[in-house]
Design a protein around this ligand. Structure first.
Ligand SMILES: Nc1ncnc2c1ncn2[C@@H]1O[C@H](COP(=O)(O)OP(=O)(O)OP(=O)(O)O)[C@@H](O)[C@H]1O
Ligand SMILES: [Mg+2]
Length: 135
């Protein structure tokens, strides 16, 4: 495999006539810590969404772990953790159900969860964030 865990070539996203991301050429080496820094609207979130296949590229493409971000996003997401800036949860699921659903998707079958507020919908975002970060 390549010495880079993330590689992009000309990765771009356009909304109408606004280029949210324009021609990103990125190479992140293995065993490194990499941060996206930039002013509001610079395209950081758009770049991450594109890398994880949460939105499609208008131009260009890229690879994570040597896998194509456009065609292999399911496999990529199985190996990548992503905590969204604004997490969204299903209204009809309690915190407990949400955590179990996430764990199931991640392949964890038997996890003991504390009682706390998990049975209610209140504080769902906090409970889910903290639980998922701790796992
Ligand atoms: N779904 C969308 N539809 C239209 N424009 C969008 C959409 N998503 C992002 N944009 C625009 O694309 C540009 C880049 O947005 P993005 O959210 O990637 O920036 P950011 O660097 O993450 O900003 P912030 O620091 O505020 O999180 C902004 O001008 C934003 O308004
Ligand atoms: Mg952002």
């Amino acid at each position: 495999m390549s010495q880079f865990v993330i590689e992009t070539q000309g990765l771009s996203k356009v909304y109408g006539d606004l280029w949210a991301l324009k021609s990103l050429d990125l190479r992140v080496p293995k065993n490194s810590i990499f941060a996206f820094l930039g002013p509001n609207g610079a395209g950081k979130t758009t770049a991450i969404k594109l890398l994880l296949g949460l939105t499609g590229a208008s131009e260009g493409g890229g690879y994570i772990f040597g896998m194509d971000i456009a065609r292999q996003s399911t496999e990529i997401r199985g190996r990548v953790g992503y905590l969204a800036q604004h997490a969204k949860f299903y209204d009809h699921m309690t915190a407990r159900e949400t955590v179990h659903c996430k764990l199931d998707n991640l392949g964890h079958r038997s996890v003991v969860l504390p009682e706390t507020a998990l049975g209610t919908n209140s504080a769902r975002a906090d409970v889910c964030r903290n639980t998922l970060i701790c796992l």
